[in-house]
Design a protein around this ligand. Structure first.
Ligand code: S3P
Length: 435
């Protein structure tokens, strides 16, 4: 695989617009397909992962206008097939774990039809038992390879609502069951151990579904139809996090990212940065973007200290833990991340890949069962070396940010993986250096 070099940089400066939110884009494609009539999606993310969702909904009969295999227009139109009108198909989810876990919820309750969902080598290593088990409890006809591995086969069946207590907080599993609940008899109640991102709830409610929260439970009622109408996709805080992190660790930097989704179930990274002593200023925009709060976030270089991260904070920053671990290398003292065993189930085992990446650059970091411990080197940060992305977009971007903040520069092996969530990442990062 080709390597890309990121050299130590002077101050990063400038203002950028965050790329569109990946989680919300996947949901927009699916809800558009599940809807009656036409849904307009403004600002759908043009990335490999979210193109997989558009291809998937087209396969089951939705009409997608404004997107081809290689490009997505600023405004998409999706004509849905309705909640129970999906045509049988073989679906390639590519690298998209969110698509792999959300779409079965919709398909399982179809009156008829058969679907196979499969994906790339990373998807084939990631178990789908967390969605298959509760869907079966609802009456779904679903099977997979041993160990809960894809391909996943689904035949349409009558579903009934259940009460399901999630063993670990997971917005993907919650969303899958809420989608299934729309075509199940009665109501479906999903109980979360800790709140996870609530985009599905917001979007379903906006599309006319009956969804409510009662304490730790999210309840959805059976529906005949939904109609999303218009969906506006805010910027992705998980992508913005890489730019904000770079500004926090490259001396004299001052970077603003605009249009960032500030849903409180996603903003854990900002609290952690503040706790570490970073200079973060959030200016909320007036009104909201598509039912989600948005705003601009300014990050400036500061001296950082280590922190502890665990418990209910984890679901609010689960995808940001790799970049937080890098920031911790630049902080004084120890940073402890715990209660994050979920990291082992992501695009890669992110406890292993983060430790490997940071160690390769000379950092002092240890894996634990459910997280990791970073022994920060203060302003010294990381030296240099080669980071293997292992096909994981967030590890590739971690390597690039490490490079610009490093002493000796970093080679990233497999930078192309960034296109899974943030195709313009390299250009955006280098535009902050062009001062
Ligand atoms: C996602 C939820 C998270 C996150 C993933 C996207 C979503 O997964 O890691 O990148 O869109 O719902 P889990 O909630 O399953 O941990």
């Amino acid at each position: 695989m080709a390597t890309t070099r990121f050299d130590a940089s002077g101050p990063l400066q400038g203002t950028l617009h965050a790329p569109a939110d990946k989680s919300i884009s996947h949901r927009a494609a699916l809800l558009g397909a599940m809807g009656d009539g036409e849904t307009t999606v403004e600002g759908y993310l043009d990335s490999a992962d979210t193109r997989s969702s558009l291809a998937a909904v087209a396969k089951v009969g939705a009409k997608v206008e404004g997107a081809s295999r290689d490009a997505v227009a600023p405004e998409l139109r999706i004509t849905g097939v309705g909640l129970r009108g999906a045509a049988g198909a073989r679906i390639d989810v590519g690298n998209a774990g969110t698509l792999m876990r959300l779409m079965p919820g919709w398909l399982a309750g179809q009156a008829e039809g058969e679907w196979t969902l499969d994906g790339d080598s990373s998807i084939r290593r990631r178990s789908v038992d967390r969605v298959a088990d509760p869907l079966r409890q609802m009456g779904a006809d679903i099977d997979h390879e041993s160990g809960g591995l894809p391909p996943l086969r689904i035949r349409g069946a009558s579903l009934r609502g259940i009460i399901y207590e999630l063993p670990v907080a997971s917005a993907q599993v919650k969303s899958c069951l809420l989608f299934a609940g729309l075509s199940a008899e009665g109501e479906t109640r999903v109980v979360e151990p800790e709140p996870s991102r609530d985009h599905s709830e917001r979007m379903l409610a906006a599309a006319g579904a009956s969804v409510r929260r009662e304490g730790a439970a999210v309840i959805v009622e059976s529906a005949d139809a939904i109609a999303p109408g218009r969906i506006v996709v805010p910027g992705d805080i998980s992508s913005a996090a890489f730019l904000l992190a770079a500004a926090a660790i490259v001396p004299e930097s001052d970077v603003t990212v605009e249009g960032v989704g500030l849903n409180p179930t996603r903003t854990g990274i900002l609290s952690v940065l503040e706790r570490m002593g970073a200079s973060i200023e959030v200016v909320p925009d007036d009104g909201v973007g598509g039912g989600e709060p948005i705003g601009s976030v300014r990050s400036r270089f500061a001296d950082l200290v280590g922190t502890e991260i665990g418990g209910p904070e984890i679901p609010t920053l689960i995808d940001e833990l790799p970049i937080i671990a890098l920031i911790a290398c630049f902080a004084e003292g120890e940073t402890v991340i715990r209660d994050a065993a979920e990291l082992r189930r992501k695009e890669t085992d992110r406890i292993a890949t983060v430790v490997a990446a940071l160690t390769a650059m000379g950092a002092n970091v240890e894996p634990t069962e459910d997280g990791l411990v970073v022994h920060g080197g203060g302003g010294g940060g990381v030296g240099g070396g080669t980071v293997r992305a292992e096909g994981d977009h967030r590890i590739a971007m971690l390597g690039a940010v490490a490079g610009v903040a490093s002493a000796d520069g970093v080679e990233v092996d497999g930078m192309a993986a960034a296109a899974v969530s943030y195709p313009g990442f390299e250009g955006d990062l280098s535009s902050l250096q062009a001062w």
